[in-house]
Write a protein that binds this ligand. Structure first.
Ligand code: SF4
Length: 383
């Protein structure tokens, strides 16, 4: 009997961007063109090393996701090499979803044609909002005209694409937000993501807010806008399957769902995360250290590993489960707790239900719309 395990997904990180957005705390570097050649070759080496040292994995995979940074800036000749390397070791014939993030400003017919020829079958386009002044202030590169142009040509190459928005960007009026969502609804996008703006410490936006130079929207206004947006999306045929994600029937992202279902995946590149079913790994986030480690074959120090305790595992299940519309099984969540803790969780659930933030249906609990907007606080109450 074969003891080989299956990796569900691969993730590839391309960390370079042409500008660094003020709110971004991803592992992403503005410009750094001099490093791209070395980084690409390091990625190939990391992949080869993984395959050589993990013979217990089958070559079968179901999804690939290219994220960043801005992977739509990955030079096409290098990208071709990357996929040749992957195809040597992984079976591409069973891939159901092969996604790439793309900045609208990078989208042209030459690139679309090449991406499609590589086997990519889904684009995730970072629109954020259709307001050039707002984007300019955030040091975000693309403009509304880039989105308009991209929407004309993407459908020639990709049937499946997502438009991704950020709710809460400073300076966005209700009218502009509504117009941005209307644009997505009028397009052929099969998927829409709505992320709440997070103001991460040490980002330029964080300091601007601290100094009072930028004013954020009120939470209550954002929650009202979020609920209004969900109502509009669902009225127009989009199904919400997670707090931030909406899809036309049949187009929920398989890759995203694999993360939430805690299926094994392998990430390659700086800061990339991996999960083998019980352990989480995170690659080095410093670019020079990542490159030095790979080229010196110092792979033991390339990533840190976290062995999840049973309690952490359940917490993860709870957090990932509650993000999804289908919710999470209550029994699965509390069976490992002692009687006192169980009692506390049951009381918290009753309280959240009475506030209209949680719904219980038999053993299944899930967040209401208001609950989704307050997800973090609710999880804190439940742990
Ligand atoms: S394009 Fe994306 S990854 Fe790059 S700086 Fe902006 S938010 Fe960060």
């Amino acid at each position: 009997m074969s003891t080989k395990q299956k990796l569900f997904s691969l993730y590839i990180h391309w960390p370079f961007c042409s500008t660094k957005c003020n709110y971004c705390d991803f592992v992403a570097f503005e410009q750094h063109a001099d490093f791209q050649d070395a980084y690409h070759h390091a990625l190939l080496k990391e992949i080869e090393h993984f395959v050589a040292t993990n013979p217990l994995y089958t070559p079968d995979i179901t999804t690939i996701f290219m994220g960043g940074g801005t992977p739509s800036l990955y030079p096409l000749d290098y990208m071709a090499q990357l996929f040749e390397t992957l195809k040597k070791h992984f079976n591409f014939s069973g891939i159901k979803e092969f996604s790439m993030e793309a900045n609208p400003a990078d989208i042209n017919e030459e690139r679309l044609d090449a991406w499609e020829s590589f086997g990519i079958n889904r684009l995730s386009m970072g629109v954020q909002v259709l307001d050039d002044n707002v984007l300019l202030k955030l040091n975000r590169r693309q403009r509304t005209a880039d989105v308009t142009n991209a929407l004309k040509i993407i459908p020639k190459y990709f049937n499946n694409f997502s438009m991704d928005f950020i709710l809460g960007l400073p300076g966005v009026s209700d009218q502009t937000w509504d117009a941005s969502i209307d644009c997505a609804l009028a397009s052929q996008a099969k998927h829409i993501s709505i992320y709440f703006l997070m103001v991460h410490e040490k980002t330029p936006l964080y300091f601007q807010v601290q100094k009072g130079k930028v004013k954020l929207h009120d939470d209550a206004d954002l929650i009202a806008q979020y609920e209004k947006t969900i109502a509009k999306l669902t009225a127009n045929g989009f199904e919400q399957y997670e707090i931030s994600n909406f899809a036309r029937p049949g187009y929920a992202s398989i890759h995203n769902q694999a993360y939430w279902e805690r299926l094994p995946y392998q990430g390659f590149g700086i800061g990339a995360c991996s999960f083998d079913g019980s352990r989480r790994f995170m690659n080095e986030k410093n670019l020079t250290t990542y490159l030095t480690n790979v080229f010196n074959k110092n792979f033991e120090n390339l990533s840190t590993c976290e062995n999840l305790t049973p309690e952490q595992e359940k917490l993860e299940m709870l957090m990932l489960g509650l993000r999804q519309n289908k919710g999470v099984g209550l029994h699965r969540m509390v069976y490992y707790l002692d009687t006192e803790k169980k009692q506390r969780v049951f009381e918290a659930i009753e309280h959240l239900k009475s506030q209209g933030l949680l719904i219980q249906n038999g053993d299944q609990i899930r967040l209401t719309l208001q609950g989704m907007a307050l997800e973090n606080e609710i999880i804190l109450k439940l742990i």
